[in-house]
Design a protein around this ligand. Structure first.
Ligand code: PEP
Length: 251
């Protein structure tokens, strides 16, 4: 059965002390965290080692990115092999900011997904359309292509380790959230597309997270949609109280 998941993407925010403050702040709500919700935090990679304390909260850690290479002369990069050696279980791959600002192509993302899986790191694979693509009625086509080009090359056993995050680009960091109906419609489409590429069992077992201005106010309704299995949360994951509320609302 698929898992309920709430993942926090801290992006390039917080000094180490501030990051630890958020983590400590979350501990105050620890007793209220639902046992059926997996919590994942993706801090700046520099802090991954410092935030091992999160494991006492039953939180897993994720990197926000990785190289498609395992080792070598690639200045500034970190690899999935290194993440695995540090027991980091997850890595966000293909966040729209990586696609947009760092020119990450579908082909590159496919190689990053492969790098994660060969190193036993579970990719949180992000997809989502731009505003103009939705306005032109191309959002389903865009998302289907991102799935096909990024992860549909995987054999079934590896595909089962992928978490999909649908993040409409127009909703990320804008305060504009997809309506519950828009989120559910796209998540159902994603699940159907996976079912066609693989089979119904695989599609039913994959967690599909919604991302894009999720807040303590809108999370419960979004997460109640039948095909929404939780969220990938940016801004609101930087505030312990809000993030804890979002986690609790995913039960
Ligand atoms: C994100 O960066 O993945 C995200 C969804 O950001 P926000 O929640 O701030 O829109």
């Amino acid at each position: 059965m698929r898992q309920r998941i709430v993942a926090g993407n801290w992006k390039m925010n917080k000094t180490l002390n501030e990051a630890v403050d958020v983590a400590v702040g979350l501990t105050q709500f620890q007793d209220e965290f639902p046992t059926n919700v997996k919590v994942i935090i993706a801090p700046p990679s520099l802090y991954l080692a410092n935030l091992e304390m999160m494991e006492t909260l039953n939180c897993s850690l994720a990197s926000q990115n990785c190289s498609h290479h395992d080792y070598g002369a690639f200045t500034g990069e970190i690899s999935a092999a290194m993440l695995h050696a540090m027991s980091i279980e997850y890595c966000i791959v293909g966040h729209s900011e990586r696609r947009q600002y760092f020119g990450e192509t579908d082909h590159m993302l496919q190689m990053k997904v492969d790098a994660c899986l060969r190193n036993k790191v579970n990719p949180i694979f992000c997809i989502g359309e731009q505003l103009a693509e939705r306005q032109a009625g191309k959002h389903f086509e865009v998302v289907a292509n991102q799935l096909k080009n990024g992860i549909f090359h995987l054999p079934q056993d590896l595909f089962a380790h992928v978490i999909v995050a649908y993040e409409p680009v127009w909703a990320i960091g804008t305060g504009v959230t997809a309506t519950n109906a828009q989120a559910e419609e796209m998540h159902a489409f994603i699940r159907q597309t996976i079912s066609s590429a693989y089979n119904k069992d695989i599609a039913d077992g994959i967690s599909i997270l919604y991302g894009g201005s999720v807040s303590a106010i809108n999370s419960a309704e979004l997460f109640a949609c039948p095909n929404v299995d939780g969220g990938l949360v940016g801004g609101a994951s930087l505030k312990a109280k809000d993030f804890a509320h979002i986690i609790i609302s995913a039960a």
